[in-house]
Design a protein around this ligand. Structure first.
Ligand code: BES
Ligand code: ZN
Ligand code: ZN
Length: 479
C-alpha cells in the first residue's frame, strides 16, 4: 500500500517521530529529561549516527546527517538507507504513521530520508491470500524549507516507482504484451497521457521485422505502444523519446537460456518498459511542461514451433538485414525497430532503457546502469548527475569504432551477437545502427530485479529502477 505523504507545519506531540539533526547537541531541542538526553547522546555516538528511544506509546528516532567523509549525493543515499532501517523498526512496533522533522532549511536530506522510508513500504500482495498490508499509512514531513509541494512531488514519484515494481513483479501468465497495453491504457486515462496501441497487423504493416521475428515463437501476439504527453507550454519543441524494452518474458527462444536458474527472473525483461510507464505517470501527474513520446515494443521471447532459428536472416523496419545467431539476443531486435520508428518524431533526444545484457550486470553488478550513446557531452553529464542525485547511477561505456567489426555478418548487414567480450558494448553498437538522432542507451540488467532478500529501500523483485532517474532528469530539464 502506498502511504500518504503530507506536509505538516508543526510536528504533533506524542507521535512516532524521526528527527533529522545536523549536530548531536540538537537533541536538546526535543529532549529535556537528563537520562533521555544522555541515552540519545551515547547512542548517536555509538550506534552509527542513529538513536532510538522507545517511549512506550511512541517511538523517537534521531538521525544525524552524515559526516564530511560523505559527498552530498552519498549523504542522500545514506539517509535513504536510514529510512529503510527505521521503516523496519517501525514495522516491529506496528506503527501506521510517522512524522519526519528537521530544523534545517536544506530540504534534500529530509526528502531523501522520507523517500527511503516510503520506498521501503512496497509489498506485492496481489497473489497472496492474506492481503493485509504491513506498511505505513501516513508519512508527514515538517521543516522550515518544506511545503505541500515537496510532499506531493515525493508522492508522485514514489507512486510511479511502486507501479513500475508492480508491473515487473507480474508474471507473464497475467502480463502478456496485450495485457501490458491494457495496463498502460488504464494509466493513460488515469494520469492524463495518450496511448496508441499497434496490434500485430499494424506491426506487420510497418514491417517491424525485429519485433515480429522475436514474437514468432510465442502463442501470444506482440504490441507496439506509443505513449504521448504534450504540455501546452512544453520547454522543448522537438520531443524527447523514451523507449522501453518490453520483453514480457525471455526464455531465450530456441537459444534457450542455458544456465540453471537463469530464466527464473526473466519476467523482469520488461523493466525498461516499466520505467518508461512509471515516468509517464509521474510527468503527467506533475503536469511537467514538456513534450514526451514513449515507445514500448512488447512481446514474449519463446521457442514455439515457428520460432526464429539461429542462422535466420530477418529484415528490420529500417530495411537493414540481421543474421540472428542467438535468439536470446532478442532485446536489440525489438529496440532497433523502436529506434527506427522514433525518427518520425524528429526527437531532440532518445533514451532507451533495457534489461539488455548479462554482460552489463557482470561488469558493474547491481550498483549502477551501464550507458552509452551519441548524445552530446552536456546531455550525458545532466543524466549522469541525475543518476548521482537519485543513486540510480550511470557509468559510460565506449562505442569505439573498432567494435563495429565485431557485429559484421558474412551474409547480412549485421549479426545480432558479438564475441564473448564486450557484450554490453556490442549490444550498444548494434543499436547505434538504427539511430539517426541524439541517443542514449541505458542497460539496466544489473539493478532491475533483486532475487532473494530485500535490497534495502529498493526492495525485492522489481526495483523500479529508472523512474527516479528519469523524473529527476526531466525535472531538471524543464528547470
Ligand atoms: N534479457 C537478457 C539480459 C538479462 C540478463 C537481463 C540478466 C536481466 C538479467 C537478454 O535478452 C539476453 O539474454 N542477453 C544475452 C545476450 C547474448 C546472447 C549476446 C546475454 O546477456 O547473455
Ligand atoms: Zn534474451
Ligand atoms: Zn531479454
Amino acid at each position: 500500500m502506498m502511504p500518504e505523504i503530507e506536509f505538516l507545519k508543526q510536528a504533533l506531540p506524542n507521535a512516532h517521530t524521526v528527527y533529522l539533526i545536523a549536530a548531536i547537541d540538537e537533541i536538546k531541542l526535543y529532549l529535556t529529561e537528563p537520562k533521555a538526553l544522555e541515552f540519545a547522546r551515547t547512542h548517536l555516538d555509538l550506534n552509527d549516527g542513529v538513536a532510538h528511544l522507545n517511549l512506550l506509546d511512541h517511538q523517537l528516532y534521531f538521525v544525524l546527517v552524515p559526516n564530511e567523509t560523505y559527498s552530498q549525493e552519498e549523504g542522500l543515499e545514506y539517509l535513504r538507507k536510514k529510512g529503510y532501517d527505521i521503516s523496519k523498526n517501525l514495522a516491529y512496533y506496528k506503527a501506521k504513521a510517522v512524522q519526519l522533522v528537521t530544523t534545517s532549511g536544506d530540504t534534500k536530506p529530509l526528502i531523501a530520508l522520507a523517500e527511503g522510508l516510503a520506498l521501503s513500504n512496497y509489498q506485492f500482495l496481489k497473489y497472496k491470500s492474506d492481503k493485509t498490508s504491513k506498511s505505513l499509512h501516513s508519512i508527514t514531513i515538517t521543516g522550515p524549507g518544506l511545503s505541500a509541494k515537496h510532499a506531493e512531488d515525493l508522492y508522485t514519484v514514489i507512486e510511479a516507482v511502486f507501479k513500475a515494481r508492480d508491473l515487473v513483479n507480474e508474471p507473464v501468465i497475467y502480463l502478456t504484451a496485450e495485457q501490458l497495453s491494457h495496463e498502460i491504457g488504464d494509466l493513460a486515462d488515469q494520469y492524463g497521457f495518450s496511448l496508441e496501441v499497434l496490434e500485430k497487423k499494424d506491426i506487420q504493416a510497418y514491417k517491424m521485422g525485429g519485433l515480429l521475428a522475436v514474437n514468432e515463437g510465442s502463442p501470444n501476439p506482440p504490441t507496439f505502444n506509443i505513449l504521448e504527453y504534450k504540455h501546452a507550454k512544453a520547454a522543448n519543441t522537438h520531443p524527447i523519446v523514451l523507449i522501453g524494452k518490453g520483453v514480457v518474458y525471455d526464455t531465450g527462444g530456441l537459444s534457450l537460456k542455458p544456465t540453471p536458474g537463469s530464466m527464473d527472473s526473466m519476467k523482469c525483461d520488461m523493466a525498461g518498459a516499466a520505467a518508461v510507464i512509471g515516468t509517464f505517470m509521474a510527468v503527467a501527474k506533475a503536469q511537467l511542461p514538456i513534450h514526451l513520446v514513449g515507445l514500448i515494443p512488447a512481446t514474449e521471447n519463446r521457442p514455439d514451433g515457428n520460432a526464429i532459428t539461429p542462422g535466420d536472416v530477418i529484415t528490420m523496419m529500417s530495411g537493414k538485414t540481421v543474421e540472428v545467431l542467438n535468439t536470446d539476443a532478442e532485446g536489440r531486435l525489438i529496440l532497433a525497430d523502436a529506434l527506427h520508428f522514433a525518427e518520425r518524431y524528429e526527437p531532440s533526444l532518445i533514451i532507451d532503457l533495457a534489461t539488455l545484457t548479462g554482460a552489463a550486470a557482470r561488469a558493474i553488478g547491481k550498483e549502477g546502469i551501464v550507458f552509452m550513446g551519441t548524445a552530446d557531452a552536456d546531455t550525458k553529464a545532466q543524466l549522469t548527475e541525475a543518476g548521482m542525485q537519485t543513486c540510480e547511477r550511470l557509468v559510460e561505456f565506449p562505442l569505439w569504432r573498432e567494435y563495429e567489426d565485431y557485429m559484421k555478418s558474412d551474409i547480412a548487414d549485421l549479426k545480432n551477437i558479438g564475441p564473448a567480450e564486450a557484450g554490453a558494448t556490442t549490444a550498444g553498437i548494434f543499436l547505434k545502427h538504427f539511430t539517426t538522432y541524439p541517443w542514449l542507451h541505458l542497460d539496466i540488467a544489473g539493478p532491475a530485479f533483486k532475487e532473494g532478500g530485500e535490497w534495502n529501500y529498493r526492495g525485492k523483485g522489481g526495483t523500479g529502477i529508472g523512474v527516479r532517474l528519469l523524473c529527476e532528469f526531466l525535472n531538471e530539464f524543464v528547470g
